[in-house]
Design a protein around this ligand. Structure first.
Ligand code: B12
Ligand code: SF4
Ligand code: SF4
Length: 350
C-alpha cells in the first residue's frame, strides 16, 4: 500500500483515491448545466471552482478522502446526523493537519494543501473523478462499503499519483426522489437547492408560511434521501463523531429557550454556524406545527420581549397557531418589512 494511502487509513479515513487535475475538468463541466441550482456561494466563485489548474498552477493531482460518520441506531428527526456531534470541520481539519505533516515528512520537496468544505475545490467532484464513490441521484457520493454518510476532504499536490476514474452511478432505484418531501431531487443527478430542506433550514431571516410548513420537524439539515437509500442499508457504525444525546433527542422547548446546556453543545456542533437564533426559529416552527407539550408562558414572554425581531415574530406565530393567542401587535412593533411579509403570508394562507 502506498504511504499516502496507508497514512490516511491510520488516521481513520477510508482508503483514499487520487486523480490528475486534468481528470477533474470533465466532471466540473457539469457545473455549467447546474448554474440555476447552484448554492449562492458556489455561483459567486464559479470561475475558481471550474478551473482547478488555474487556482493551483503548480499542482498536478488531487487526493480524495472520506471519513465515515454513520452512527447506529440512526436518529435524525430534528438535527440531521452530521450536526449531532462535534463539528466535522474541526474534527477533519485536525486529522488533515496530521495527514499533511506525515506527507510532508515522507515526500520531501513536494507540496500539499488540504481542504474540507470551504476550499476553492469541490470535494464531490474530486471524489467522483478519482473513483472514490458512485454518484447518487440525490447528488451524494456513495462509497461502495461505507455508503453516503461520509464527509469528504481533498488534498491538492504536485506529487505524481495514480489517475483514478469515475466508477459509475448508484442503483438508481428512485427511492430518494419519491421520499424527498419537497421534490427537490430532479432527473439527471441534480437537486434544486432552493427547495432542499437542508438549505432551507440553514437559510437566514424570515421564512414564508409555505416554507415553514415544509421545514417543520427539521431543526438543521435533512437526511431523508440518504436514509432511504439502499446503499446505506447495513453500513458500519463509526465513532468519529459520537452524537451528543441531547441533540439526538432534542427538547424543542429547551431549544427555543436555548438553555446553557443546549447552547454549549450547539456551539461545538456544525449546526450553529448560522447563529443560534436560526435554530431557535426552526424549533419554534416545529413546535407550531406539532402537538408536543408547549411551554406557552415562556413563548409568550419571547413574543413580547425577546431582543430579536425574528424570534418575537416566530414566537407569536407559534402561540397563535398552538393556543390561539394573538400577540401580533406587540411582537411586530418596529419590526422590519420581512416580518410583516411573513405575517401577511400567514393571513393569505388561511
Ligand atoms: C453548497 C453545499 C450544499 C448545498 C447544496 C448541495 C447540492 N447538492 O448542490 C446544500 C445546503 C443544499 C447542501 C446540503 C447537503 N450537504 Co452539502 N455541501 C455543499 C458544498 C459546500 C458545495 C457543493 C456544491 O454546491 N457543489 C456544486 C454542485 C453542482 O456540484 P457537486 O454536487 O459538488 O457535484 C459535482 C459532481 O457531482 C459532478 N456531477 C454533477 N452532476 C453530474 C452528473 C454526471 C452525469 C456526472 C458524471 C457528474 C456530475 O460534477 C459536479 C461539479 O460539476 C459541499 C462541499 C464542497 N466544497 O464541495 C458540501 C457537501 C456536498 N455536503 C455534504 C453533505 C453531507 C450535505 C448534506 C447531506 C447535509 C445534511 N444532512 O443536510 C445535504 C445533502 C443534500 C443533497 N441531497 O445534496 C457533503 C457530501 C458528502 C457526500 N457523501 O456526498 C459535502 C461534500 C461536505 C463535505 N465536505 O463532506 N450542501
Ligand atoms: S436533503 Fe432532504 S430536501 Fe434535500 S434533496 Fe434530500 S430529501 Fe430532499
Ligand atoms: S435512493 Fe436509489 S436513486 Fe437515490 S441515491 Fe440511493 S440508489 Fe440512487
Amino acid at each position: 500500500m502506498s504511504y499516502w494511502v496507508l497514512s490516511a487509513v491510520e488516521l481513520g479515513f477510508l482508503p483514499p483515491k487520487s486523480c490528475s487535475l486534468d481528470n477533474l475538468e470533465p466532471v466540473l463541466k457539469y457545473l455549467d448545466k447546474r448554474i440555476p441550482y447552484l448554492d449562492p456561494y458556489i455561483k459567486k466563485n464559479l470561475e475558481l471552482f471550474r478551473l482547478p489548474k488555474k487556482t493551483f498552477p503548480d499542482a498536478k493531482f488531487a487526493i480524495s478522502l472520506a471519513l465515515p460518520y454513520y452512527y447506529k441506531p440512526l436518529q435524525n428527526e430534528g438535527f440531521s446526523l452530521y450536526c449531532q456531534g462535534k463539528d466535522y470541520h474541526k474534527v477533519i481539519n485536525t486529522l488533515l493537519q496530521e495527514y499533511l505533516l506525515k506527507l510532508q515528512k515522507h515526500y520531501l520537496g513536494y507540496s500539499f494543501q488540504a481542504f474540507c468544505d470551504t476550499g476553492p475545490i469541490l470535494d464531490r467532484a474530486v471524489a467522483l473523478a478519482s473513483g472514490l464513490g458512485y454518484l447518487g441521484k440525490n447528488t451524494s457520493i456513495i462509497h461502495p462499503q461505507a455508503g453516503s454518510f461520509v464527509f469528504l476532504a481533498t488534498v491538492v499536490t504536485d506529487l505524481p499519483l495514480e489517475n483514478g476514474n469515475f466508477i459509475g452511478f448508484c442503483a438508481q432505484c428512485n427511492a430518494c426522489k419519491s421520499a424527498c418531501p419537497t421534490e427537490a431531487i430532479m432527473d439527471s443527478f441534480l437537486i434544486d437547492t432552493n427547495r432542499c430542506l437542508s438549505a432551507l433550514t440553514q437559510k437566514k431571516g424570515f421564512l414564508s408560511f409555505d416554507l415553514c410548513q415544509k421545514i417543520s420537524g427539521h431543526i438543521f439539515g435533512c437526511d431523508i434521501c440518504q436514509t432511504v437509500c439502499p446503499h446505506n442499508a447495513n453500513i458500519p457504525s463509526s465513532s468519529i463523531i459520537t452524537p451528543f444525546y441531547l441533540l439526538r433527542n432534542p427538547d424543542l422547548n429547551r431549544l427555543v429557550a436555548m438553555d446553557s446546556e443546549y447552547r454549549r453543545l450547539l456551539l461545538q456542533s456544525a449546526a450553529s454556524w448560522r447563529g443560534v437564533n436560526i435554530i431557535r426559529r426552526n424549533a419554534l416552527i416545529s413546535l407550531a406545527f406539532s402537538d408536543l407539550p408547549l411551554d406557552a408562558d415562556m413563548i409568550e414572554k419571547m413574543a413580547k420581549s425577546d431582543p430579536s425581531h425574528l424570534i418575537r415574530t416566530y414566537a407569536a406565530f407559534c402561540l397563535e397557531k398552538r393556543v390561539g393567542k394573538d400577540l401580533w401587535n406587540i411582537a411586530l412593533k418596529d419590526a422590519p418589512a420581512e416580518a410583516l411579509a411573513f405575517y401577511k403570508s400567514i393571513k393569505n394562507a388561511r
